[in-house]
Design a protein around this ligand. Structure first.
Ligand SMILES: Cc1cc2nc3c(=O)[nH]c(=O)nc-3n(C[C@H](O)[C@H](O)[C@H](O)COP(=O)(O)OP(=O)(O)OC[C@H]3O[C@@H](n4cnc5c(N)ncnc54)[C@H](O)[C@@H]3O)c2cc1C
Length: 510
């Protein structure tokens, strides 16, 4: 499916990897560099920000990174029987070029691939079960949905082609001051329209059938975002791209990218929670007031403290239940929480023996080799998906056992599972681990207005991008954008911000 465009993208990827520090950093400095920068939050967004800030501002700047929890944020693992399993962000698209670049830079590798098989559960039985044979899958899809399936691949491909432009822009040092401008630079009015309508509206408008949406697209949006096709069209397309082949994960756990980038950036990790950010005027030796600075107040194990910074980047979501930062003395005021809520996803890891009859399967469990069970919307459905998962480090010679053998299953559900529900799903279980996430925005209405990247003159916000789509790569793209934006605004390089028609202008430069 990707053959048509892959060579150009591969070249772009090679270009991105081969470009060294000098190539990646922006134009020469025009004024003195900042002395200190604070990054709030050490998820993938904060870690990538620290990495690119170091590239942009050089070795002289002090970078402090505040994190009260574990480095990685929503990238996390859970231990069962001596092995670790991903319990947060798990899969990475083959064309997520930032994540690929970090792997190369950090000397990490992709986890060994274990062949998987997918099925769709309609609430009573498996309405679709992938065969080992490509031709069988193809004919089944053709028979049931006509050319909807092929057209969907082309539709996603077209969006992905435009999405890939962001890497070229960033490679040339261009940045964007809002999510709308970033989307527009990638895909013009078409991307803004996509983000401002639901996936359902976009796909019905493009001629897809309602039954295809209900039976194929909904299961994909439910497994990736725990939500229906009423999510915005842009995140919907990201979700459908996440159903393509070639998905990968980091050997040893995705969160290793965060700790690796942190080490590489030579940022100082401060294990503390930021409570407030305010502006402070720095007195000059010559008298009078100098450039204003940001005072960051924080609380750690050794009590509360504060420090001054030239630039601050907030890489924690400014939403209810996710962070609690007071922005003091700003005019216009900056809210601690922007409108909109995050969607709860409960991840339950169970080591046990699956009760396949719960899925309406009549074949013996020893013959049940499906690894990923997606679900349609159904009035009685309590789960969004069920997958047999492999450890973050796959031992050599490992193959996924059939359902007749106790193994680790991962269940996504909107609410915690009760004992009775677990007993219905498993014949036996000896380990159950539960993690409740406020996982990603509740995309219950199209995008309309996103929070800004620029909160104040030199105060930036990374999480704005999640309202277009939440994914590791989106945080990485946002992090690079904000690092570039901070650099260009500091040095007054307006020509590198919000430029129009870049894809046409840069074509001749490549
Ligand atoms: C269950 C689940 C499955 C997912 N699956 C995928 C997937 O397969 N593929 C994919 O690409 N994405 C996936 N995602 C989404 C992906 O994990 C996120 O988009 C991404 O990790 C967000 O990274 P971030 O750094 O922007 O935010 P976070 O990871 O949330 O990091 C923010 C950090 O800020 C810290 N913080 C909060 N408040 C403060 C404060 N006051 N002071 C200092 N620090 C603070 C937090 O402790 C946290 O560590 C999934 C997410 C979940 C929850």
């Amino acid at each position: 499916m990707m053959l048509r465009t892959l060579p150009a993208r591969t070249l772009l990827f090679l270009g991105l990897c081969l470009t060294g520090r000098r190539g990646l950093a922006s134009a020469p400095e025009l004024r003195e560099q900042p002395k200190s920068i604070a990054v709030v939050g050490a998820g993938i967004g904060g870690a990538v920000t620290a990495y690119f800030l170091r590239q942009e501002f050089g070795t002289g700047v002090k970078i402090d990174l505040f994190e009260p929890g574990t480095v990685g944020g929503r990238l996390a693992t859970e231990e069962i029987g001596g092995a670790e399993y991903e319990i947060g962000g798990s899969i990475i698209h083959p064309l997520n070029l930032h994540m690929k670049h970090f792997l190369d830079r950090l000397g990490l590798s992709q986890r060994r691939d274990v062949p998987s098989k997918m099925a769709i559960f309609d609430g009573e039985q498996l309405s679709f079960q992938e065969s080992d044979w490509f031709i069988v899958n193809f004919l089944r899809m053709l028979w049931r949905y006509g050319f909807n399936f092929l057209r969907m691949q082309m539709w996603v491909e077209g969006i992905l082609d435009k999405f890939m432009r962001i890497y070229q822009y960033q490679q040339f040092g261009y940045s964007f001051s809002s999510v709308d401008r970033l989307l527009h630079a990638m895909g013009g009015d078409g991307f803004l329209l996509l983000a401002n309508q639901t996936l359902e509206e976009a796909m019905l408008g493009a001629g897809f059938s309602q039954s295809f949406l209900n039976e194929i697209v909904v299961p994909v949006t439910r497994v990736n975002y725990g939500q229906s096709v009423r999510i915005n069209g842009f995140v919907g397309a990201v979700s459908l791209a996440g159903a393509e082949s070639g998905l990968w994960a980091v050997d040893g756990g995705n969160k290793m990218v965060c700790s690796g980038l942190l080490y590489h950036s030579k940022a100082q990790l401060i294990p503390a929670r930021v409570t407030a950010i305010s502006t402070k005027q720095r007195p000059m030796r010559t008298g009078g007031m100098g450039l204003s600075m940001y005072e960051v107040n924080y609380v750690g194990d050794s009590g509360s403290a504060h420090s001054l910074y030239d630039i601050v980047i907030v890489a924690a979501p400014l939403h209810q239940g996710l962070s609690q930062i007071a922005f003091q003395g700003f005019n216009p005021p900056i809210p601690s929480h922007f409108p909109g809520r995050y969607h709860q996803v409960v991840v339950t890891l169970v080591r046990g023996l699956l009760n396949t009859s719960f899925l309406g399967v009549t074949d013996p469990p020893s013959e049940f080799l499906v690894s990923d069970i997606l679900t349609m919307e159904h009035k009685d459905s309590v789960i969004s998906s069920l997958s047999s998962v492999d450890p973050v480090q796959v031992p050599s010679g490992y193959s996924r056992p059939p359902a007749s053998v106790p193994k680790v299953w991962k269940i996504f559900s909107p609410r915690p599972l009760t004992e009775a529900q677990l007993s219905g799903m498993f014949l036996s279980r000896d380990v159950v681990r539960e993690k409740r996430w406020l996982a990603y925005p509740l995309y219950d209405r199209p995008l309309r207005r996103t929070p800004p990247f620029v909160l104040h003159e030199r105060l930036y916000y990374l999480g704005a991008v999640e309202w277009a789509a939440s994914a590791m790569e989106m945080s990485a793209i946002s992090a690079r954008n904000v690092a570039l934006l901070a650099h260009h605004r500091w040095h007054g390089q307006a020509g590198k911000i919000d430029q129009e028609d870049l894809h046409i202008r840069l074509r001749s430069e490549l």
